[in-house]
Design a protein around this ligand. Structure first.
Ligand code: HEM
Length: 367
């Protein structure tokens, strides 16, 4: 007979109970052992959730912490930042550009297009009140037209290529395929960089040549109060050579537009080997320039839709001025009465029989 069989059942139960009590007791007490060690002066190694070290060193965490904060290693590639594995600020910039800017901002263009369409459906085209007499008034000389259309064409090219870079991945890969989009994106960057320089010159010229006609005055306040006559059929508030709406468009161009051009130049300068004196932290400043450039240029594109609408389908006779250089006497009187009066005083109104010879080539400054 074995010993266990011979053991007294009471004793067996007692041993069982004590064993259970011992196991339970130890399972409570052992985890508290670290406190005991701490009480005895020992330190433990633990890592908090942010990767910091609590109570000692954790070499692996230290290593990734350093990498994450821009520690440098060795790379055979030369150039600023080539030795840095992770540039945290760049990751944050990329997130902002791909996230907030690329996801939400282009909707401003769509919203603007929808608003214009609704406006057109509700209020329709601003028609001329009087029948055409055939008399014309010179409005835009050849140089100003050339300047305007070069600006317009380059702006549209920049808007298309710029938006392709910002949201082309989502929009164009389904249409062009990955390889097709890669080619398009590559071409977009080249076109954007070159056309941008032409555009910059145009904007600079426009600001310098047209600023004199865009100084705000009292007439503009009254024009704005009347909503430019946009929302009523037969109300045409007084205006000089440019009305307040045109002046606002000009000043947006002369401020925000100039910032778009300058931020573009900051980004493109290394491509042309230009070292800008104010660039001391090139990477960070380029990221800032990129954010400013993207936000303002997308908003500008949305606003440009409004300008293009007013210059074409929105107003009868406006496009004629920018294409032929002349507007009808009726358009001039209806939309820019104060300027028209001055043109009459100066004897600039052209009778139908005289045609348009002799006046084309006049610049805006002569009117
Ligand atoms: C297809 C595109 C465009 C069309 C059809 C268009 C049409 C016109 C027309 C008809 C005018 C003359 C208005 C008048 O005589 O009072 C004008 C003026 C002007 N345009 Fe454009 N434009 C276009 C694009 C642009 C772009 C992209 C810019 C600038 C980035 C621009 C800047 C200006 C400025 C500053 C003026 C003078 C002020 C004003 O009338 O608002 N235009 N445009």
């Amino acid at each position: 007979m074995s010993a266990a069989r011979r053991m007294d059942p009471k004793r067996r139960r007692r041993i069982g109970l004590w064993s259970l009590a011992l196991v339970l007791g130890l399972s409570f007490v052992l985890p508290l052992g670290s406190y005991g060690l701490h009480w005895l002066g020992q330190t433990a190694v633990a890592q908090d959730i942010t990767g910091g070290i609590v109570g000692g060193e954790n070499p692996r965490s230290n290593f990734w912490n350093a990498v994450n904060h821009g520690a440098q290693g060795y790379s055979a590639v030369k150039g600023e930042g080539a030795n840095v594995l992770v540039v945290r600020s760049a990751a944050e910039w990329q997130q902002f550009r791909q996230g907030t800017i690329a996801k939400y901002l282009p909707w401003a263009v769509v919203v603007m297009a929808v608003l214009i369409l609704l406006f057109h459906l509700i209020f329709g085209k601003q028609k001329l009140d009087q029948p055409l007499s055939g008399r014309k008034v010179p409005r835009w000389g050849w140089f100003n037209r050339l300047l305007h259309w070069t600006t317009a064409v380059t702006f549209i090219a920049l808007a298309i290529t710029g938006l392709s870079m910002l949201i082309g991945r989502e929009l164009l890969i389904p249409l062009l395929g990955k390889e097709g989009f890669a080619m398009w994106a590559q071409a977009s960057i080249q076109v954007h960089n070159v056309v941008g320089l032409v555009f910059a010159v145009c904007i600079a010229l426009m600001v310098v040549l047209w600023v004199w006609h865009n100084i705000p005055n009292k007439v503009d306040v009254a024009w704005l109060k009347a909503g430019g006559g946009l929302f009523s059929k037969n109300a045409h508030p007084s205006a000089g050579r440019f009305n307040a709406g045109e002046k606002i468009w000009f000043w947006l161009l002369a401020t925000g537009g100039v910032v778009v051009v300058l931020s573009g130049l900051v980004m493109v300068s290394p491509n042309y080997g230009i070292e800008l004196a104010f660039l001391n932290d090139v990477r960070a400043q380029m990221q800032q320039a990129n954010v400013v450039h993207a936000i303002l240029s997308v908003l500008w594109t949305a606003l440009a839709l409004g300008h293009i609408y007013i210059g074409t389908a929105g107003t009868e006779g406006a496009f004629e001025g920018m294409s032929t250089g002349y507007v009808s006497e009726e358009w001039a009187r209806q939309h820019h009465d104060l300027w028209f009066e001055k043109m009459v005083e100066k004897g600039k109104v052209v009778e139908p029989s005289r045609g348009q010879e002799g006046v084309s080539g006049q610049t805006v400054s002569s009117h």
